[in-house]
Design a protein around this ligand. Sequence first.
Ligand code: ADP
Ligand code: TRP
Length: 327
Amino acid sequence: MRVLSGIQPSGRLHLGNYLGAMKQHIELQEENDCFFFIANYHSLTTVQDAVQLRDYTRDVAFDYMAMGLDPEKVALFRQTDVPEVAELAWVLSTVTGKGLLERATSYKDKVAKNIMPSMGLFNYPILMAADILIFKSDIVPVGKDQIQHVEMAQDMAGYFNNVFKCEVLKRPEWRLNDSPYVPGVDGQKMSKSYDNTIPLFETAKKTKKRIMSMLTDSKTVEEPKDPDSCNVFALYTLVATEEEVAALRERYIAGGMGYGDAKKQLAEAVERILGPAREKREHLESDPALVENVLQAGAEKARNVARGVMEEVRDACGLMTGKDTHR
Ligand code: ADP
Ligand code: TRP
């Protein structure tokens, strides 16, 4: 199965990104033909500072590899290193109705928040469809918020094939990530836009401090507590073992444990994941050329596929000069 997903370099990655997206990508690398990329064209819709975009892009590569992505098994690359994607996006835009894009909820949400929409933001789903379709991807693992975009890619594949009477573009299927909702320190969805994240790479001390600052209700130590309405517990279920979760649940219900203790346990479980990754990242940072080589090798592999598909696309719609079309 060809699996493809992208992550935007639009800020420091956090535990929500890891548990909600990257972790699943890393698991999928074992048995699939995986293409994971850093969606820097997409980030231009929000990050318009060259230094920052370059830094975020490099950080995503470091973070992915530090968290366990194996470049021997996966093609990891920058979206811009496969420029055929932008070309396919143009072609798709000519077969896609404006009405489809006007129905995109993530676009509507941004407009509702008074963000002045650029054409890039409006066309975002077309570029995302091009990312997916240019590799004839079978499976696209995403978070809930991205399902509609993958469905639009399905539609666009259909439009293209219908208009040009061909079977060039393949219908992709979305796959929902295992932990679709990771709460932030304030209990809302963890997101860089809400300033409530637990970043993946900070010192152990800072990470612990962030966890200790999580919002809870004001029950005293003695009082029994409800694990199912507590965001500390919710996050614990995503990082601890089943036995640990069951044991903490009992302590909540029994009373006699303060939220501080629960947070300490959460901090330990988080550190079990982030501690080794932090060391690995330091090692990678000391050898940036290694990461650059990985990105270039990934781009080469991805581009070979993209070139072939783009040729089929051009052929199907008559953009190939000096060559008869397939019909
Ligand atoms: P942010 O909300 O911080 O801007 P993004 O929208 O860039 O994060 O998300 C990148 C990926 O991480 C997406 O696949 C998204 O579904 C996933 N993700 C981000 N935050 C969470 C969360 N709190 N819970 C689950 N998945 C998340
Ligand atoms: N829009 C996705 C996000 O914000 C990132 C992305 C861009 C993507 N292109 C993609 C994800 C293609 C999956 C497939 O999370």
